[in-house]
Design a binder for this molecule. Structure first.
Ligand code: SF4
Length: 373
């Protein structure tokens, strides 16, 4: 007789869960541009973008990115700076670098063909278990479970299992997720595994919300052992930090240029990206900012003040002289070039707020705390 792990759903509950989930998904799935395609490259790009990033932010970048790099070959051949510029505003730039690196690997080592199984996809550089499972199931129909934060939350709540970050806790979630994925049926048109995985993520993103799950609308409510009463661990504490930046501008003929600073190549966050030059807080004491904005990166809320200064004939102004960066890290760029420069999300946000948005591209938070699909 089959041994069942304590707390796991029974085979009868598994089939009821699948059926109810799929009926709901067929009727309620959001229309998103990366759905309804089995092009593995498009699925790959969307899955990498969606990690730790809200759907709204991805929607602003997904089509533009694919227009610029429509195939794995065009992505592989592009210079890294161009890829980072197209990623600008999505945050977690390491994702873009790794996607680019893996695209080069596919082209150089695999003749441009993206592997079709999760196990083979794992051989690509920098591609994780989650992304492999998503591409293999959504684009190729492999019966393999995708487990992200949304899926994990749904499964813990349905089974009534407490949050547990140990290896045993993660193993339970993976086991339950795998038991729920429908097997691949030969000669079947529809992609049962891919649809199931997308439906699980959709349930977590739209109904089984971290705070205040909408249990009354939930298709698997009858099977759920906690129905909104699951105890979830408190989130990491948010901290606040004031920061100041310089918006220095100058006229070169008819072009307005802005001074940008390149972050160090060894910086832990956003290495090599361009931003407005940071200013020491004591250099701006008593001055009025031209703009204040709040910006969140992981668990830190930055209270950002931007101070403006025009470059005068006689040389750099007081604030520009207070910029601690080495001269070689600073560069004047015409505003028209902003779309092709890998700017940080904050720099893009500031330019947009100051009505330079026609050249700054979409404004999105640098990093989101949780994935919202
Ligand atoms: S009933 Fe509520 S807690 Fe349970 S899975 Fe549905 S939305 Fe989540």
């Amino acid at each position: 007789m089959e041994q069942r792990v304590e707390g796991a759903l029974s085979p009868a509950q598994v089939s009821a869960f699948r059926r109810k989930l799929m009926q709901w998904y067929a009727a309620h799935a959001r229309e998103l541009p990366w759905r309804g395609t089995n092009d593995p490259y498009r699925t790959w790009v969307s899955e990498v973008m969606l990690q730790q990033t809200r759907v709204a932010a991805v929607l602003e970048h997904y089509e533009l990115f694919l227009e610029r790099f429509p195939t794995v070959l065009t992505l592989a051949l592009a210079p890294e700076q161009e890829v980072l510029a197209a990623w600008s505003g999505l945050g977690y730039y390491r994702r873009a670098r790794m996607l680019h690196k893996a695209a080069k690997f596919v082209v150089q080592e695999l003749g441009g063909k993206i592997p079709e199984t999760a196990a083979l996809l794992r051989t690509l550089p920098g591609i994780g278990e989650y992304t492999c499972a998503a591409i293999a199931s959504i684009a190729f129909g492999e019966s393999v479970a995708v487990v992200d934060g949304n899926v994990e939350r749904v499964l813990l709540r349905v089974t009534g299992r407490p949050e547990d970050v140990t290896a045993a806790g993660r193993a339970f979630v993976r086991m339950q997720a795998a038991a729920l994925v429908p097997p691949r049926k030969v000669d079947e048109e529809e992609n049962a595994a891919g649809d199931h995985n997308q439906a699980m993520m959709e349930l977590g993103a739209t109904l089984c919300l971290p705070k205040g799950p909408l249990c009354l609308h939930c298709p698997v409510r009858e099977l759920c052992r906690t129905k909104g009463e699951h105890v979830t661990a408190p989130r990491g504490r948010q901290t606040s930090r004031p920061v100041a930046f310089l918006l220095a501008t100058r006229k070169q003929g008819t072009t307005t240029e802005v001074l940008l600073e390149r972050r160090a190549a060894e910086a832990s966050l956003m290495p090599g990206m361009w931003e407005l030059p940071p200013l020491p807080l004591d250099a701006v004491e008593g001055r009025e900012p031209i703009l204040t904005v709040r910006h969140s990166i992981t668990n830190t809320n930055y209270y950002v003040s931007v101070y403006g200064e025009s470059f005068a004939e006689e040389g750099p102004g007081v604030l520009q002289q207070a910029v601690p960066a080495a001269e070689h890290a600073l560069h004047w760029y015409g505003l028209g070039r902003m779309p092709e420069i890998p700017l940080t999300g904050l720099a893009r946000k500031v330019l947009k707020r100051l009505n330079l948005n026609q050249v700054a591209g979409p404004e999105t938070p640098e990093v989101e705390l949780a994935r919202r699909r």
